[in-house]
Design a protein around this ligand. Structure first.
Ligand code: AHR
Length: 639
């Protein structure tokens, strides 16, 4: 039996409870959200070869050409290397081809905007041709000519327009062909499809739409190991991620591939603007993944100054130094900002230097921006942050991270019910049920949903949360971290069952928490590992059903969420105590599966999606059956 206590006052629900976390992992931007189609556009992915580029022989057997990386006469400091192509016999046209990120998406009636830097010698003044074509070269989807390059570097812009007859495909490559013998140099070769809201240097519309459908409140940017980098030189150095892309050097991400930094600070902010999210700005805090750190003091100060400058870039008006720089970069209006996070997972810094580093950042930021709320990455109750106490006297919010299996999520779904309310607020800055690969399965969604009921019941304390990792490119080699929320290849994208669980929760959230009580709830029994069984460990029993409820006081609707983790229907009484009137009809959404291992995939993207339907027979006291393996949201009108 479940009772919804409308007769008792409810604490306010945090309006920022559900947000997004982002970092370059699993080809999140490169080959993911960032629209760029050309892989290794600046020829930096390998020091030895032009990775992801190939030389195409001309149609005639006499064609002869070589290609090599060249450091002579670079375009500029951020583009120190170019691709040199020496054509001795052009035949019908010698070419170079880029294979993209596991192919390139080509669609009908679409304009692709391209640009490159080129120079040449010889070439008889013949134009170059550029095209999008099938990987075997047999089908040309779109082509254009660009003027023969001169002897000095110059940018070239072109458009490739596909016709109505083109079938959507990822089986495509980008080709540049020369028709005359000569030497040619290329750098920063770029090709963009239409982007979300037509932003220049923007994002893939299909993935943005999946995110928009979650109605996230904020973006933690950039989070995770990506902020820190393996070494100091590989940290996320925001000043190197702004301005024209040809001035961004890019860097090696800790997830073993290069980031062009085409997705830079202003692009993150544009992403926030497009989805009406607020940035939660994570600043580099002087600790890197190889455990190197800079203690508080004068050597840390340049990093603190960088963080203060970064806040000015985000929020300063055009009369400030960095606000003026943002305006020059194309965005005169400041962005809203309320939260700053100092570092990422600094509980791993066994030296204990975080307390001093945190204090130095905190004091400098608060001195200039007293209105900002500061988040500490240690001091939470999780195994990681909990190694060290929260930095003394200055901790407002702690970031806790949880990566667990479904049982652990369900076992701990009530952990915040018992947290001390007099301490810091909690930001669950990374959490996920890690079951399923590359994206999560339905059992993970059940664990996630159980966990979210706990965050919602306690959203006076848990003011923000975001799942991680958000993205994965599902191609072989695309994943560095399993069990991700949204998967994609070059052409299409899909939400995992966990995605739909989160979407249901975040789009049905009231402004006031409804206190709940329950009794006689069926239980589930822990499945032990063979080792634990052999060691005589006794399996635990926990609840099999999980609940949360919030009310929208303006609309007069209760959003009831019930998670049934077991393979049998559960019938129970629901009492609404203290309501004047409860409608007999409402609306419900159910996300369920026949088996917990079922999932969505790139070829079966919507196998598990919420089903919406009208419900009758509600009231102040009613009986309801919650289907086996299900996550249900019920909107109940009341006065
Ligand atoms: O989300 C994957 C990684 O998990 C993040 O980069 C890091 O913060 C955490 O350890």
């Amino acid at each position: 039996r479940l009772t919804l206590h409308l007769d008792q006052p409810g604490a306010a629900v945090s309006p920022g409870l559900y947000g997004l976390m982002t970092e370059e992992i699993n080809f999140s931007y490169e080959g993911g959200l960032y629209g760029e189609l050309i892989r290794n556009r600046s020829f930096k992915d390998s020091a030895k070869t032009a990775a992801f580029w190939s030389l195409l022989p001309g149609g005639s057997t006499s064609a002869k050409a070589t290609m090599s990386l060249d450091k002579e006469k670079p375009v500029g400091p951020a583009l120190p290397v170019s691709l040199r192509v020496d054509v001795t016999e052009a035949g019908d046209g010698v070419g170079i081809a880029n294979e993209g990120y596991w192919g390139m998406a080509v669609r009908p009636n679409t304009t692709y905007k391209g640009s490159l830097f080129a120079r040449g010698s010889g070439g008889s003044g013949q134009p170059l041709s550029v095209s999008l074509q099938s990987k075997d070269g047999k089908t040309v989807f779109a082509s254009a000519e660009v003027a023969a390059p001169g002897t000095e570097w110059a940018p070239v812009h072109f458009s490739l327009v596909t016709g109505a007859g083109v079938q959507p495909t990822a089986d495509a490559r980008f080709v540049i062909r020369a028709r005359a013998a000569g030497s040619y140099w290329f750098s920063l070769v770029s090709l963009f499809p239409p982007t979300y809201k037509d932003r220049l240097n923007g994002n893939r519309p299909d993935i943005m739409q999946l995110l928009a459908d979650m109605k996230p409140a904020f973006l933690r940017l950039p989070g995770g190991n990506y902020l820190e980098g393996n070494t100091f030189s590989q940290r996320w150095d925001w000043k190197k991620t702004i301005g024209p892309v040809e001035q961004r050097p890019g860097h090696l991400s800790p997830w073993h591939y290069r980031s062009t930094d085409g997705m830079g600070l202003l692009e993150f902010l544009g992403w926030c603007e497009d989805l009406h999210m607020e940035p939660v700005l994570a600043v580099f805090a002087g600790y890197v993944l190889n455990r190197d750190y800079i203690e508080a003091g004068p050597f840390l100060q340049p990093f603190v100054d960088d963080a203060v400058d970064e806040i000015e870039y985000v929020t300063g008006d055009v009369h400030t130094k960095w606000g003026a720089r943002r305006a020059a970069d194309g965005h005169p209006d400041p962005f809203p900002l309320h939260y700053i996070e100092i570092g990422n997972e600094d509980g791993f810094d066994a030296s204990g230097s975080y307390e001093g580093r945190y204090a130095q950042f905190y004091d400098a930021i608060k001195a200039k921006y007293p209105q900002l709320h500061i988040i500490s990455t240690v001091g939470g109750k999780d195994g990681l942050g909990g190694r060290f106490p929260a930095p003394a006297g200055r901790t407002e919010i702690v970031d806790e991270h949880y990566y667990r299996n479904a049982w652990q999520m369900e076992e701990n779904a009530g952990q915040y019910d018992h947290y001390d309310r007099s301490g810091p607020k909690v930001f669950v800055g990374e959490w996920a049920t890690r079951e399923g690969d590359p994206t999560t399965n339905f059992n993970a969604a059940l664990g996630d949903a159980a966990w979210m009921t706990g965050m919602e019941r306690n959203s006076d304390l848990v003011i923000m949360s975001c799942y991680a990792p958000l993205f994965v490119n599902v191609n072989p080699g695309g994943m560095q971290w399993r069990s991700d929320l949204i998967g994609y290849n070059a052409l299409t994208s899909f939400g995992s069952p966990s995605y739909y669980a989160q979407q249901l929760f975040s789009t049905h959230l009231g402004d006031s928490i409804v206190r709940l009580s329950w009794e006689n709830i069926p239980t589930q029994t822990q499945q032990l590992t063979a080792k634990d069984s052999a060691a005589g460990v006794q399996p635990k029993k926990i609840d099999a059903l999980f609940f949360s409820a919030t009310r929208d006081t303006k609309k007069g609707v209760i959003h009831l969420k019930v998670v049934n983790t077991q393979g049998v229907d559960q019938n129970m009484m629901i009492d609404v105590a203290g309501a004047g009137k409860v409608a007999t009809a409402g609306v419900a959404w159910t996300l369920n599966a026949d088996s917990p291992t079922e999932t969505n995939t790139i070829s079966e993207p919507t196998k598990i999606v919420p089903v919406k339907y009208g419900v009758r027979g509600l009231g102040k006291s009613f009986r309801w059956t919650f289907p086996a393996y299900s996550i249900m949201v019920m909107d109940i009108p009341f006065t």
